[in-house]
Design a protein around this ligand. Structure first.
Ligand code: CP3
Length: 341
């Protein structure tokens, strides 16, 4: 929170995307107790429990609410299932009629279990651990809605954007409205910072980013401010590379999440002078361990502490060795310890 507010932090802040997840035995045990991934997301006690598991293991500075970006479209009326080992399956929306059936107004109100998870977490978390709420960005959530799930190239959605399909505009507008209400409720329940995940932002060419990536995120933040929510927002427009400064300026995010292939030199020289950067260790480097991990961490420690939130460039993979995560934490914390003496 100090870095997001433009202050010098007491130490370099660190947290990890997917820090609660399948690489932890205790996560898999709790998910089994819940029944399924979605049952886990909608069970406030167990969702809070898995959020806290990595906090007990590692000395991280933030917890991210355990939920999923696809809960919101589910409450907007899109049928959702998670197939074991296959990822999400949704009822596709690909025409005006289906788009106009998406419910925006009451969707956020139907996510009460998520706000209960946030309230439990704010009670249980140590004071120095910040709580991050989140939603998916309209473009990324739209790709799941249009494709009907994950898809290697997301061609239907990208062509819908290239062709300026009016039904895609309706989907995006409904998502903007519902997402703003959803994030506002998370903040009211106790989330201190909010992150907007635009995993597929890199799918669009110059000229279309403004309409489908920047504006929807900007409108969500404007709506939050109009509702009196002042929590800082972290924008993760994955894969847009040198368009990050444009994203930062057009949306008024407080920080940008950087993908793993963003050069650290570019983050230090071009991005950090303008905006707080979060990221961007390659999740594969954590699996590899050894020299690769050490060098990757050291490279990121060259970023100014008051402008950087240590994280991965994308989430932990399930095959990540827990000892490597601990090793990474030790390497990061060694910086602050060496400066204390
Ligand atoms: O980061 C965290 O620890 C917070 C919780 C969180 C999850 N998903 C839990 C989850 C967050 C912030 C997300 C965001 C999310 N969900 C994104 C954007 C970030 C990204 O990863 O790019 C996306 C695209 C989704 C949609 C989604 N959820 C997919 C495509 C999948 C299947 C792929 C997979 O990893 O299995 C999920 C499932 C999911 N969401 C899991 C977790 C821990 C794995 C579920 C399980 O098997 O237990």
């Amino acid at each position: 929170m100090q870095v997001l507010n433009g202050e010098m932090p007491w130490r370099r802040p660190v947290w990890f995307m997917r820090q609660a997840g399948r690489y932890l035995d205790e996560y898999r045990a709790t998910r089994a107790r819940a029944g399924s991934f979605l049952d886990l997301c909608y069970n406030p006690e167990l969702a809070a429990e898995v959020t806290l598991q990595p906090i007990r293991r590692f000395d991280v500075d933030a917890a991210i609410l355990f939920a999923d970006i696809l809960l919101l479209p589910q409450m907007m009326g899109v049928d959702l299932r998670f197939q074991q080992g296959e990822g999400p399956r949704l009822q596709p929306v690909r025409d005006m009629n289906a788009a106009e059936n998406l419910k925006a107004a009451q969707a956020a109100g139907d996510l009460a279990p998520v706000y209960e998870t946030v309230r439990i977490l704010r009670r249980e978390l140590p004071d120095h651990v910040s709580l991050i709420g989140f939603c998916g960005a309209p473009w990324t959530v739209a790709t799941y809605i249009v494709e009907g799930g994950g898809s290697p190239e997301r061609l239907r959605t990208r062509f819908a954007a290239l062709n300026g399909e009016p039904w895609l505009d309706v989907i995006i507008d409904r998502l903007v409205e519902a997402s703003a209400a959803y994030l506002a409720e998370q903040a009211r329940a106790g989330a201190q910072a909010l992150m907007i995940f635009d995993t597929w932002a890199g799918d669009l060419p110059d000229g279309l980013r403004e309409k489908y990536i920047f504006q929807p995120v900007a409108r969500i933040i404007e709506a939050l401010r109009a509702k009196g929510i002042d929590a800082p927002v972290i924008g993760f427009a994955r894969g847009i590379g040198p368009a990050q400064p444009d994203f930062a300026r057009s949306t008024a995010v407080a920080a940008i999440g950087c993908e793993a292939n963003m050069p650290v030199d570019y983050m230090r020289k071009v991005l950090a002078p303008e905006i707080v950067v979060q990221g961007n260790l390659d999740p594969l480097a954590v699996i590899a361990g050894g020299e690769v991990l050490e060098q990757g961490v050291q490279r990121l420690l060259t970023l100014p502490k008051e402008r950087h939130i240590f994280n991965l460039g994308h989430g932990f993979r399930p095959d990540t060795p827990v000892e490597h995560v601990q090793r990474m934490m030790d390497l990061i914390r060694a910086e602050d310890e060496s400066q204390d003496v």
